[in-house]
Design a protein around this ligand. Structure first.
Ligand SMILES: [Zn+2]
Length: 625
């Protein structure tokens, strides 16, 4: 007896109602796998004077946390998009298929998860009487129970999850069920258990569309498509406005691979009873099967019956955009634009439609109109990345065109506009750099050196390592006889690339030319310094000429011994160097003549005699004689 007693109790009062908690969730355990669960409370939905309901909701959240021993925890968030559960209030009415008369918890599945939308009624159904705070607490508690994973009802009156519960605290059975739920992995299937409960319900209430919908949903989740289709069709027969059933029916047909059959069945339903809902379902099915023109036809028929039917309007807009997208891919731009114009008639303020319109105009080569479309899209949605990117790309395209036509000012304006819109576009920066380079080369070839230098400088501003531009600037300054500027440009090129032979060669030439200019002005010390810098860089013939210049400069400066030392060294390296020989001879002749004038005949004779015989002229022989 001692053993039988608890068994007896168990038989009378089951420990939990775990088997029933997937009948609203397709026969599959559906709970959040993270804590805390985030909750968005839509305070704006509360009429003024009813703010007290906020604390009723707070009460319900705390009640679940405490009763579950904090297995369940909530955190309030400010954004609906970040919320696992959102809660809003409405004066009603709730949809006829709502969970109960006072509230509804809708499970919204997405590709990678789900969220829950709870709606709570502020007034008793069809009555001006607001809900008492006690009732609000009880309803909030019940709907939150669904949201945290109890997707079914308890058969026991004492439980919060009893269909029209007025209980204010989760019972021990509620908590046991919840704990079992949270020790079961999310996604665990218990289709059989759900059907065990739902099928007898359908037998006792065969005309309840919601039960057929729930059974169909479980079959769909199991992959039993024929059974799912039968149940969902039965649901739609009973309630043609049951949108979720229509959506799942379409899904079932598609999963089964029977789009044709689905359309046929919908068509026969439409021919006996053409409603906007059915036409909309048929359109969705055609769209899912990729038959866009057919889909557009169905949606338009739906809207003809009810021009305010929003699901058909939204679907038509999407179908038109899909069609336009396809036409753009096929480069049939004019047809695409016609299609998009129809989309704009449905919703003028749709940024995506304007963007696509821009793509079509761009494809046709009409940049001006493309740009105004992208700008319109951005006006509607300033954060629209794709529109901004395409707008910048259009200006870039215009820039390239202008650059190819050598319209430098236009090109500059377009590229700069592109960069203003999208500063990180590497391609545009590279184009702008190339534009300045080409502009520099073009201007230089027309003898407009100053402007060419400016253009190359702009290229360097964009790319500080552009050694070729420094080289070009140096050459232009050389041409303008602006030697210090030429020298500093070539030095910059060498700083970037010390092995750049052209820069070394040009730098040596610049030093040489500068030295000659300085020497011409009698600034010998500076001239000599410049030549010496040139000598550090020059090789071969350039080096020989620099040394010759250095010698000549010393001679002009009056430092004849240093000049002679240089010419002698040149001759040691290359005894046949005629330039060095002549320069040396000239110094001896000048010195000899000066000594003759001073009547220092024997010293003068030594000077003349030191001139190599091959260079002695008749006059020199005469003087010697
Ligand atoms: Zn419920």
């Amino acid at each position: 007896m001692m053993i039988l007693l608890p068994l007896l109790c168990h038989a009378l009062q089951p420990e939990d109602y775990f088997d029933r908690i997937t009948i609203f969730s397709d026969g599959r355990i559906t709970r959040f796998d993270h804590m805390p669960i985030t909750v968005f409370i839509d305070k704006g939905s509360l009429p003024s004077g009813m703010e007290g309901y906020l604390s009723d909701l707070e009460y319900a959240l705390r009640a679940w946390e405490e009763a579950s021993g904090r297995t369940v925890r909530f955190r309030i968030v400010d954004k609906r998009s970040e919320a696992d559960i959102s809660v809003a209030w409405t004066a009603g009415p709730l949809p006829s298929r709502a969970d109960n008369a006072l509230g509804e918890a809708a499970l919204v599945r997405m590709e990678d998860g789900f969220y829950v939308e709870i709606e709570l009624l502020t007034h008793m159904p069809s009555s001006p009487k607001p809900l008492s705070h006690e009732r609000m607490k009880a309803v909030a508690l019940h709907e939150l129970g669904h949201a945290i994973g109890l997707w079914g009802h308890s058969p026991f009156k004492e439980d919060v999850m009893f269909p029209s519960s007025e209980n204010l605290r989760p019972s021990a059975r509620d908590i046991r069920t919840l704990k079992r739920l949270y020790s079961t992995p999310p996604g665990t299937a218990q289709h059989g258990k759900a059907l065990e409960i739902l099928l007898p319900m359908a037998e006792s209430r065969p005309d309840d569309p919601k039960i057929h919908y729930l059974i169909g949903s479980v079959y769909l989740d199991m992959g039993e498509y024929d059974k799912a289709i039968n149940e969902l069709l039965r649901c739609l027969e009973l309630d043609i406005r049951y949108m979720e059933a229509g959506r799942k029916l379409v899904k079932a047909y598609l999963m089964k691979g029977g789009g044709e059959e689905a359309l046929r069945r919908l068509e026969s339903m439409i021919s006996s009873n053409p409603t906007p809902e059915l036409l909309n379902q048929a359109g969705s099915l055609a769209m899912e099967s990729g038959r866009l023109n057919e889909a557009i036809g169905y949606f338009e028929r739906a809207l003809k019956l009810d021009p305010a039917f929003r699901p058909a309007k939204r679907n038509l807009l999407n179908a038109l955009k899909l069609k336009a997208d396809r036409l753009i891919r096929l480069k049939r731009y004019e047809r695409a634009i016609e299609t998009l114009e129809r989309a704009l008639e449905l919703r003028e303020a749709d940024p995506q439609t304007h963007l696509m319109m821009g793509l079509a105009f761009s494809g046709m080569g009409d940049s001006e109109r493309a740009i105004s479309c992208y700008r319109e899209a951005l006006k509607l949605n300033p954060g629209y990345k794709e529109a901004r990117w395409n707008l910048a790309a259009e200006y870039n395209r215009l820039g390239v065109e202008a650059m190819e036509g050598k319209r430098w000012e236009d090109a500059r304006r377009f590229f700069e506009e592109a960069l203003r819109i999208e500063p990180d576009l590497k391609e545009v920066r590279a184009n702008l750099e190339a534009m300045y380079w080409n502009m520099g080369v073009d201007l230089a070839s027309k003898g407009r050196e100053r402007e060419a230098i400016e253009a190359f400088r702009e290229a360097i501003r964009l790319n500080p390592d552009l050694k070729e531009a420094y080289l070009q600037i140096g050459v232009l300054h050389l041409k303008l006889k602006e030697y210090p500027e030429a020298i500093s440009s070539f030095r910059e090129a060498l700083r970037i690339d010390p092995g750049l032979r052209e820069a070394r060669h040009n730098l040596a030439a610049a030093y040489h030319a500068y030295a000659q200019e300085l020497s011409g002005k009698g600034r010998y010390a500076e001239a000599v310094e410049a030549v010496q810098k040139g000598l550090e860089l020059a090789e071969g013939e350039a080096r020989r000429k620099l040394r010759l210049s250095l010698g000549l400069m010393y001679a002009k400066w009056g430092r004849e011994d240093e000049a002679l030392a240089i010419f002698r060294e040149m001759l040691r390296e290359n005894p046949g160097d005629e330039d060095a020989l002549k320069a040396m001879a000239n110094i001896h002749i000048e010195r000899g003549n000066r000594l003759l004038k001073a009547k220092a005949y024997s010293k003068a004779l030594r000077e003349f005699e030191s001139i190599p015989e091959s260079l002695r002229t008749a006059a020199i022989y005469d003087v010697i004689a």
